[in-house]
Design a protein around this ligand. Sequence first.
Ligand SMILES: NC(=O)c1ccc[n+]([C@@H]2O[C@H](COP(=O)([O-])OP(=O)(O)OC[C@H]3O[C@@H](n4cnc5c(N)ncnc54)[C@H](O)[C@@H]3O)[C@@H](O)[C@H]2O)c1
Ligand SMILES: [Zn+2]
Ligand SMILES: [Zn+2]
Length: 446
Amino acid sequence: MATRTRCVTFKIENWNFNQVIIAASQAAFKVEQAVGHDGSATTQQDVSNPALDRSKYADPSGEKMKALIWMGKNHVEVQEVPKPHVVEPRDVVLRVTGSTICGSDLHLLHGTILELQKGDILGHEFCGIVESVGPQVKNVKPGQRVVASFQIACGECGPCKKKQSSQCEKTNENSLAAAMYGTQTAGLFGYSHFTGGFAGGQAEYVRVPFGDVNLLKLPDSVPDEKGLYLSDVICTAWNAIVDTGVEKGDVVAIWGAGPIGQMAADFSLHNGAARVILIDNNWRLAYAKSKCLRVETLNYTALKRGEYAKGWAHYFELMLGMETDTSELVNEMLTSVKSYGRCGITGVYTGFTNHFNIGALMERGIRLIGNGQAPVHMYWEKLLGMVEKGEIDPLKMVTHRVSLDEMDTVYMKFDKKEDGMQKVFVQTKFSAPPAKGSPVLTTWKE
Ligand SMILES: NC(=O)c1ccc[n+]([C@@H]2O[C@H](COP(=O)([O-])OP(=O)(O)OC[C@H]3O[C@@H](n4cnc5c(N)ncnc54)[C@H](O)[C@@H]3O)[C@@H](O)[C@H]2O)c1
Ligand SMILES: [Zn+2]
Ligand SMILES: [Zn+2]
């Protein structure tokens, strides 16, 4: 018998979101435009595509680049748009040599994140080579190979000084976010105007505000195919484990066997967990088991159900706009964990939910922890060291190498979990040939 249990959730997919919410989501941006930002940011907001104001945001050379653009619900396209350039003195423009898709991008694809606009460039995980720098950039130079953090931090405010980079107070001045959450969280690359409206890195070039702070140099011994994942997934999985407080001897249950769930399983064992149980409903469970024998798996569709399929109450409440997120998975954690155990939430939730089992939480003394968007800057140097030493192998979760040119196809395949696809490495025309041990290019072109 385990003495303690920790639960970590990685995903609740708003699979029943409907047009009401989509319309509300885009109307939210109109409201934000009418109300106005609160003026707290020290970097330009709403620069989600250089085409928005060519005279200010586009490179004067007129050079074009390919980028993945959000066109509407379940519709993304690779388009030619202007190459970005240095807008502010601390900007870096990066030549992208690697990017990927994240489970979080599916929330964008499905249109469930507030304030996406047609034309926004997506992508919050990327690495590349420094192309140009603003006059106040000190730590990086053109030609250096770097990885970006998915969040944009100023490096100087209170949270930044504590390396709580995802909570930076100076990179997102969205008023609606402040009204909903009490205060805004940091700006994010390629993740809607709700988080600042920054262009993302699923592109050939990307502008990185406060480049000094938000880029980490990659040593020669760490190829792009490994270093890229320090942008998000490695740090997010690590944060889920240490922030929830997985300790030696714990039994850990993880809802969602995607890349983050799999890395979190690895990290739990690394930190001494006695057992790790991954919960999901598809082939990823077998994949995870093939990569890590010690992981136990549970397919929840094989469990006995009650008279009604789960989720009907939430189905209608989502449809009627009565909630934005469902509480089912959190309730499952609360009722599975041992009394005085801990539950951490790393999967993305954006608003409000009904039917939350507050009784279980209170009566059994459960600690429910919001892990936040992972503060990448707190961990990425340590984790880079672990990658260098071979203690972490990010390639374990990478199933495909794909081309930016085919990103629209990749989004659809990734969404449907087709072709055994989970974490991908997206190459651009600037990428080096595949590093040793990483997948060769898959293409769907005739
Ligand atoms: N907090 C952060 O900093 C942060 C950063 C990156 C990603 N995320 C979030 O973490 C989550 C996981 O990311 P990923 O890239 O591994 O996503 P993914 O979409 O590749 O994988 C999620 C998995 O969860 C499973 N799932 C869905 N509903 C489930 C349920 N009710 N019970 C059990 N399993 C269920 C899916 O089948 C899927 O295999 C996403 O929600 C993503 O948005 C958070
Ligand atoms: Zn991500
Ligand atoms: Zn800051």
